[in-house]
Design a protein around this ligand. Structure first.
Ligand code: PMP
Length: 372
């Protein structure tokens, strides 16, 4: 028997993944966290062409310079972040970027403030790095938006970092500019790091996204192509930070990954430089589905916030058997408690599924779970 390292023992495999592996393939899946759209054609063409050109060798560790230059433009034009190609690292999804942040900066006795509820990987990455988690509640009465005053209450001399995620997985909440700015100010005054996961930035309805890096130098901004361009399986993302932070991050990336896949980098370049109308279409469709699912759940008596971003809703459902009952009837959802203690009494539903399937799923819930 080979014993795993204690850090590996300290975490568990994702319950969500496990659930998908055992569920009935005919079920309507409102559990999944990926767009149901196809990769836009111009991106597919660029990737095919890259293979035909035998562009299959190592790239610079930080990624192709052409791609990093486009990412710099994107940060400047869309986020108001001034950076340069040396301070960009192209990663294997935002997942690798998160892992790099934790490995490069978190160690024993460091406290990391995490929104509660939040994306599962945050806790796992912090624990693997040996850090302590300090949860801060995102309250339903505030539409699950993380508030700077609640964050301020959690800061101690051991606070090393906070992870922000707006729009949020699992609640769809979009943080207010004042809170982003106030937390950015706190990070400067108290000398801690903000790891800003902006992967859902473009999936946002009638609201503006703000990046804390516009207001603080202590920020690592993470983003990726999985959600905006439906490129989940292509595993491509990126980050930016100041020069000192980037150098430490590069050490983790260099010895672990070397570089992101050439094919995906070429696809990412096409994504940034090509037409954006597919993204717009996708977001409009998500908005229609959001309107549908929120109104149906509220009609059923499940209080549901009209989430302003991402593709999740987080209704209040106190029946502890709801997820199991819904699964038995053919609708897959995820218990809110999977995302942190403050998610208890809620269920995460993803609307990254067709309008028709969401209608069908809501009919099933109404007929066989609520009234069943
Ligand atoms: N951050 C959040 C909040 C996510 O929901 C996800 C994907 N579920 C990721 C990061 C990881 O994305 P990627 O595919 O780029 O690794």
């Amino acid at each position: 028997m080979i014993n795993p390292a204690s850090r590996t023992k300290s975490i568990e495999l994702s319950q969500i993944r496990k659930m998908f592996e055992v569920t009935n393939p005919d079920a309507i899946n409102l559990g999944i966290g990926e767009p149901d759209f196809d990769v836009p054609q111009n991106i597919k063409d660029a990737m095919k062409q890259s293979i035909d050109e035998n562009d299959t060798h190592y790239t610079p560790n930080k990624g192709y310079i052409e791609l990093r230059e486009e990412i710099v433009k994107k940060f400047k034009n869309e986020n108001g972040i001034k950076t340069n190609p040396d301070n960009i690292i192209v990663t294997v999804g935002a997942s690798e970027a998160l892992y790099m942040c934790a490995q490069a900066f978190i160690e024993k006795r460091d406290e990391v403030i995490l929104p509660n509820p939040s994306f599962l990987s945050y806790e796992a990455c912090v624990k693997l790095a040996g850090g302590d988690i300090v949860p801060v509640d995102c309250k339903m009465e505030n539409d699950f938006k993380l508030q700077a005053s609640d964050v301020a209450d959690k800061i101690t001399k051991d606070t090393k970092a906070i992870i922000l995620n707006s729009p949020s997985n699992p609640t769809g909440a979009v943080m207010e500019k004042e809170d982003i700015k106030a937390i950015a100010d706190l990070s400067m005054d108290n000398d801690f790091l903000i790891i800003s996961d902006e992967i859902y930035e473009k999936i946002i309805y009638d609201k503006k996204h703000y990046s804390p890096a516009k207001y603080s130098d202590n920020v690592i901004t993470l983003n990726g192509f999985s959600k905006t361009y439906a490129m989940t399986g292509l595993r491509i993302g990126y980050l930016t930070a100041n020069e000192n932070l980037t150098e430490e991050l590069l050490k983790i990336h260099q010895y672990n990954i070397a570089c992101a896949s050439t094919t995906s980098q070429r696809g990412a370049y096409a994504a940034l430089t090509g037409p954006q109308d597919e993204v717009e279409k996708m977001v409009n469709e998500f908005k229609n589905r959001r309107n549908l699912i929120v109104s149906r759940l509220n009609e059923m008596g499940y209080e549901t916030v009209n989430a302003e971003g991402a593709f999740y809703v987080f209704p209040k459902i106190e029946d502890e058997d709801f997820v199991a009952k819904a699964a038995k009837e053919g609708v897959i959802t995820v218990p809110g408690a999977a995302f942190g203690s403050n998610g208890k009494g809620h269920v995460r539903m993803s609307y990254a599924n067709s309008y028709e399937n969401i209608e069908k799923a809501m009919d099933i819930l109404e007929e066989r779970v609520v009234n069943g």
